[in-house]
Design a protein around this ligand. Sequence first.
Ligand SMILES: CC(C)(COP(=O)(O)OP(=O)(O)OC[C@H]1O[C@@H](n2cnc3c(N)ncnc32)[C@H](O)[C@@H]1OP(=O)(O)O)[C@@H](O)C(=O)NCCC(=O)NCCS
Length: 93
Amino acid sequence: MSIAVHPDHQKSGIGTALLKWIIDFFDRAGATQLEVGTGTFGYQLAFYQRQGFRVTGIDRDFFVENYDEPIFEGGIRLTDMLRLTIRYNGDVA
Ligand SMILES: CC(C)(COP(=O)(O)OP(=O)(O)OC[C@H]1O[C@@H](n2cnc3c(N)ncnc32)[C@H](O)[C@@H]1OP(=O)(O)O)[C@@H](O)C(=O)NCCC(=O)NCCS
């Protein structure tokens, strides 16, 4: 699943509120960890790490192999996907 806020309403705390809700939901559901994937650069990295996610892996060429069209952000092509994880017991591998 993707997380997105309408461009007219970004930077007003909605995305952070959604992300906190998701983290809390899976904590209460008994999950041991929650993993997300995002590009290797851009503000999204801070968006996740601010909530405690830590980098746990990289999927090389994920955006090249899984999307029909190239994705650009800030003029740079997205190629690799970083995996970031929250472990609910506090540990990160
Ligand atoms: C990522 C996203 C869901 C965050 O939602 P949001 O409601 O804008 O998030 P918040 O208002 O809680 O802001 C979180 C941080 O992201 C920053 N941010 C949000 N949109 C930004 C943008 N377009 N450019 C730069 N920074 C941005 C905010 O400034 C804030 O950082 P700060 O506290 O240092 O100022 C939203 O920006 C979005 O829909 N982006 C496009 C889709 C996307 O990239 N989804 C994630 C895929 S992994």
